[in-house]
Design a protein around this ligand. Structure first.
Ligand code: ZN
Length: 208
């Protein structure tokens, strides 16, 4: 009996240690919502071998805005391996700017896979003062002239729906391009032309 008890205590100690030292096993939580799998291929930070975030501030939810970006550089990625490399290069670059992590909350590849950035719970660095009030979604590639593949656009819509369902994004959110938060060409005229026809798009120029 004593042996069983001490064994159980040991298991508990290990669990508590895991919880506090390593945090909740994120991939188990983020792959699912409402008990169902995400309706798109989903890749966690562990999968793209992200560095540990050094800048984590809680995002007040639900956010009223969704801000859409393109990368310009890196260029479009067409396999998960290419997208993993793109994620790592963006994180390295954003770290070099002192941002403490990749700037975006989520990124999307050309095949329609979602790559976890800062996630639903952390304030991103992608749109100036709008960071505190938005989720930043980046469609990896240069979408100034070329149009993103249909899978990528469909996944973007689905990801926003998931965010609304899980309480991260307000059901009455407003959709904007990065160019509505500051002077930039992002998300590129071709992509901007597409999102400006989507539900929830607003012409508003964001000023906080
Ligand atoms: Zn942008």
């Amino acid at each position: 009996m004593t042996n069983i008890l001490s064994f159980l205590t040991l298991i508990n100690v290990i669990n508590v240690h895991f919880y506090f030292v390593h945090g909740f096993p994120k991939s188990d939580v983020d792959n699912f919502y409402n008990g169902a799998s995400y309706p798109f291929p989903y890749f966690t930070r562990d999968e793209w071998e992200a560095d540990i975030p050094m800048n984590v501030k809680p995002l007040a939810k639900p956010v009223p805005y969704v801000v859409i970006h393109h990368t310009y550089i890196p260029s479009a990625c067409n396999t998960s391996e290419e997208c993993f490399r793109a994620m790592r290069s963006m994180q390295n670059y954003h770290n070099s700017l002192g941002w403490g992590d990749i700037g975006y909350n989520y990124c999307i590849g050309s095949m329609g896979g979602v790559y976890e950035g800062r996630g639903w719970n952390s304030i991103g660095i992608h749109a100036g003062r709008a960071n505190n009030f938005s989720v930043g979604i980046c469609l990896i590639g240069d979408w100034r002239v070329a149009t993103p593949p249909e899978e990528m656009l469909e996944t973007t819509k689905k990801l926003i729906s998931v965010g609304v369902e899980n309480g991260s994004i307000s059901p009455v959110y407003k959709l904007v391009g990065h160019n509505q938060t500051m002077a930039t060409e992002c998300p590129g005229p071709a992509l901007f032309n597409i999102i400006s026809k989507w539900d929830h798009y607003t012409k508003e120029i964001l000023k906080f």
